[in-house]
Design a protein around this ligand. Structure first.
Ligand SMILES: C[S@@+](CC[C@H](N)C(=O)[O-])C[C@H]1O[C@@H](n2cnc3c(N)ncnc32)[C@H](O)[C@@H]1O
Length: 363
């Protein structure tokens, strides 16, 4: 049964119960995989290079307690991720399964489960009419770290290599030296990469989260970058003396999370110079549920959960927050950009990403 036909086929009660049981099994397995990533157990197994080892040998190799390792290995063998030989009670991780923890993005996607579930009961309370408005970012576990992991591939392999060169005029301006602003930069990986590759440009990164900006600044100092500036600041009201200051504004997977996205778009319009460029990178979703379910069923299954657990509650945590959610869709996105008087020059998909790039201009 595929994602897309599950709700259309005539499913019996018995079949539905089996499907639910599988959901529970996969959900719990996800927790165990996340445990293997968080503790470093998968890395220990990878370092052992398919050598067949006992629970004690694996525990010793990674400095773990054997009893915990044994239980974890049980779950991994049952899930057919780790292999087991009952003859000598040894375990190994086949190399074709190293991806379980061997790629940053895969690990980050798995880690989204415990990370976001750190706020599970806080989010649950928000559902009640008399419950809290929303949830603050600090309720999630390592949220900035999670974002860095999820987006690292795009930032490191595409941003400089293909994304910015796809706008030749802007690319040349970056080389010559311009002023760039990133809104919602989190730990500032993309901000630093832009600054590092365009030393003649001055690059500013702002975010509401102090922990992210602190990390961003520390990494910039470590790298000896003198042309990057990180500031804890809300995108709702930018400094009054920033009017017509920036040539380029970069907003990566942030707009739908903002409490007041329309106000922020107006502020971006104000701080951009005439002719300046705005890149909004956001989820390649549709504004209607039925379109998401039909056209991007796999992403929709995950996306609405991520949105319910984080995008909506963090935005609604502010008085009259918009709560657009990560599944807000391309139609709504365009409507809002046009309402803020931006000219949408192009909308394109991005390699190594499930996002769209809205290239906008201040005329
Ligand atoms: C989904 S994360 C994206 C982070 C980063 N751009 C990336 O793609 O990895 C959204 C970011 O928006 C920031 N944010 C939320 N509300 C904000 C506001 N009002 N002003 C500035 N940043 C905000 C959050 O702190 C968070 O770092």
């Amino acid at each position: 049964m595929t994602d897309s036909n599950a709700s259309n086929s005539v499913e019996t009660q018995k079949e539905f119960i089996v499907r639910l049981a599988n959901v529970v099994g996969d959900g719990l397995l996800c927790v165990s995989i996340a445990m293997g990533i968080e503790t470093g157990l998968f890395q220990t197994m990878i370092d052992l290079k398919e050598e067949h080892k006992t629970t004690q040998e694996i525990a010793d190799a990674g400095d773990f307690k054997e009893r915990y390792v044994r239980e974890w290995l049980g779950s991994q063998v049952a899930a057919k991720i780790v292999e087991y030989d009952p003859k000598d009670r040894t375990y190994w991780l086949p190399s074709q399964r190293y991806a379980v923890a061997g790629t940053v993005k895969a690990s980050a996607m798995i880690m989204a489960v415990p990370n976001l579930c750190a706020a599970f009961f806080d989010v649950a309370k928000c559902f009640k009419k008399d419950g809290p408005r929303g949830v603050s970012y600090d309720k999630y576990a390592d949220f900035d770290e999670l974002m860095a992991g999820m987006n690292q591939e795009f930032f490191k392999d595409c941003l400089i290599q293909s994304f910015l060169p796809s706008m030749p005029k802007l690319h040349q301006q970056l080389q010559d030296g311009i002023k760039v602003l990133e809104i919602g930069c989190s730990q500032g990986m993309s901000t630093r990469i832009i600054a590092q590759n365009f030393p003649n440009s001055q690059v500013y990164g702002i975010d509401i989260t102090e922990s992210g900006i602190k990390e961003a600044q520390e990494k910039a100092t470590e790298a000896g970058l003198g042309n990057v500036h990180f500031i804890v600041m809300s995108a709702t009201v930018l400094p009054s003396d920033w009017s017509e200051t920036f040539d380029y504004v970069f907003v990566h997977n942030v707009l739908h999370d903002l409490p007041y996205p329309m106000k922020s778009l107006h502020e971006i319009m104000r701080v951009l110079k005439k002719g300046g460029t705005l890149s909004v990178i956001d989820t390649a979703t549709y504004s209607k549920l039925e379109d998401n379910v039909a056209k991007i069923p796999t992403f929709a299954r995950k996306g609405y959960v991520l949105s319910m657990m984080n995008s909506v509650p963090t935005s609604l945590n502010n008085v009259d927050g918009a709560g657009l959610g990560a599944m807000w869709g391309r139609e709504k996105a365009q409507e809002m950009m046009k309402a803020a008087n931006f000219d949408i020059i192009s909308i394109s998909s991005i390699p190594k990403s499930t996002s769209l790039h809205y290239q906008c201009q201040k005329m």
